[in-house]
Write a protein that binds this ligand. Structure first.
Ligand code: ZN
Length: 250
């Protein structure tokens, strides 16, 4: 006889989902959003003209494909159709790189607003439509579409919208500006408390603080001392080496 009631069985399934599969799916979705944000940061640091003029034709197509991969552009349920559209878009950008540069400049602005905890307004183009594509994976479901225009403002609008959506998530809050003034780079933090973009900026900042703490004059004195010491030390070593050399000659 089955000792588990129907309710117990359902509970068991629920526990299994919560304790195993559901978190895994959530983690995958979070990872996807981080990858998507990393792409936005990279995009904001690129230049459309050099991408279009690159000897590597893959550079531009990679960027355009990422628009589809991270579902900034979409609505094509079929992968081949999306790939064909991506190639088409890459070609039209190669002809007129400013079509992509407008996107890059806007993404830069949005990331800046997000990093500085500011505000960004989006005014929709005339006849903009929103549509939803529902799927089982972690991809986005909402897209904006507007009629074709020569300057590809519709492209910019679609990507701006997607960027705003992903920046509004938990992962989006990890977009920051490096607190080291001379750097000021926008980056995606790995830890909630991270305030410097790289190890390099941490080290440089520690060194700058050290210099400030001991005072600039004291630092110069200390530095001069170190140079003198290392010179003397080196000199002594040279003398010893010289002696040895002379010694071997005789
Ligand atoms: Zn930095």
């Amino acid at each position: 006889m089955d000792s588990l009631s129907q309710a117990d069985k359902i509970n068991q399934v629920e526990v299994r989902l919560r304790g195993n599969e559901a978190p895994r799916a959530l983690k995958a979705a979070a990872r996807f959003r981080r990858e998507s944000l990393k792409f936005l940061v990279q995009l904001s640091e690129s230049d459309a003209r050099s991408l279009a003029a690159s000897e590597q034709p893959g550079d531009l197509i990679n960027v355009v494909w990422s628009f589809y991969r991270f579902a900034y552009l979409g609505g094509t349920e079929n992968r081949e159709r999306a790939a064909a559209k991506a190639r088409e878009l890459a070609e039209s950008i190669r002809v007129k790189p400013e079509r992509l540069q407008r996107v890059i400049d806007e993404v830069k602005l949005i990331l800046k607003s997000a990093a500085e905890r500011g505000r960004y307004d989006l005014t929709f183009l005339p006849k903009t439509q929103m549509f939803a594509v529902f799927s089982a994976d972690s991809g986005r479901t909402l897209f904006l579409h507007s009629p074709w225009d020569e300057d590809y403002l519709g492209l910019r609008q679609a990507i701006v919208y997607g960027a705003l959506v992903v920046l509004g998530t938990e992962e989006g809050r990890m977009v920051r500006r490096c607190v080291r003034k001379v750097c000021g780079r926008i980056f995606l933090a790995n830890r909630p408390k991270q305030v410097y973009c790289t190890r390099r900026c941490v080290n440089a900042s520690n060194f700058e603080r050290f210099k400030q703490e001991i005072g600039i004059e004291a630092y110069r004195k200390k530095h001069a001392e170190t140079v003198r010491k290392s010179y003397r030390w080196k000199h002594r070593k040279d003398l010893k080496a010289g002696k040895k050399k002379r010694g071997t000659r005789t």
